[in-house]
Design a protein around this ligand. Structure first.
Ligand SMILES: CC(C)(COP(=O)(O)OP(=O)(O)OC[C@H]1O[C@@H](n2cnc3c(N)ncnc32)[C@H](O)[C@@H]1OP(=O)(O)O)[C@@H](O)C(=O)NCCC(=O)NCCS
Length: 187
């Protein structure tokens, strides 16, 4: 059985980051992330235009956590507590012990290894605590940075899923990448 138990919220600490629950105090920082067209480019959502819309995202995160549908962590810098992005595990399949991983970071923080560090933290949590066997993601082929993040964590490219995702009105192929518990390096 999967251990889908997110109360109390599973706080995760890495070298430079704190992965924690997102709350209404994070609206301004999260607006910086979710309003940026560069961040939204390969994702389902359109850039948000108002802070009220960010509050809607935060309420949705809370509902999804309460229903064990998806867990979204805020990625905060240890040095100043600023929230610089989000990462999540969701689409849980309890029989196959599988989940999908997602992540997004403020553009100002790209290229510093933060996504790799955060995703490594939640992947470890997924295998060690939730007891997943497989974590996967499908990524738009042009999203090189995202593919690279998962490659650095030893996810394998398993193929192309054709016309998998409707992104901003267009059906896009997805590169499917997966990591098995037996392949995960806990160190
Ligand atoms: C994808 C994303 C989270 C990566 O965040 P990040 O903190 O910059 O990632 P990291 O620094 O940990 O690693 C990025 C890697 O991609 C590489 N990279 C980035 N852009 C690249 C490009 N255009 N060509 C080749 N490599 C590229 C970086 O050099 C780095 O690899 P390296 O460590 O081997 O040099 C960030 O770009 C983002 O938020 N994008 C928008 C949201 C998104 O697309 N999320 C994923 C949806 S599937």
């Amino acid at each position: 059985m999967l251990q889908l138990q997110f109360n109390p919220f599973p706080f995760i600490e890495t070298d430079r980051l704190i992965l924690r629950s997102i709350n209404s105090n994070d609206v301004d920082d999260l607006f910086e992330v979710l309003s940026d067209p560069a961040v939204a480019e390969y994702d389902y959502f359109y850039p948000v235009e108002t802070k009220e819309k960010v509050s809607v995202f935060i309420e949705r995160y809370k509902r999804e956590i309460a229903s064990n549908e998806e867990i979204t962590w805020g990625i905060a810098l240890k040095e100043n507590q600023k929230l610089i992005g989000t990462c999540c595990l969701g689409s849980f399949d309890t029989g196959a012990k599988r989940a999908e991983v997602g992540y997004a970071l403020s553009k100002a923080q790209w290229g510093k290894g933060f996504a790799t560090e955060a995703v490594k933290g939640i992947v470890a949590y997924g295998f060690n605590n939730i007891k997943l066997n497989r974590i996967e993601a499908t990524i738009t082929p042009d999203n090189i940075a995202s593919i690279r993040v998962l490659e650095k964590l030893k996810f394998q490219k398993e193929g192309i899923v054709r016309q998998r995702d409707l992104i901003k009105g267009k059906l896009e192929d997805g590169v499917i990448m997966g990591l098995l518990e037996s392949e995960f390096d806990n160190n």
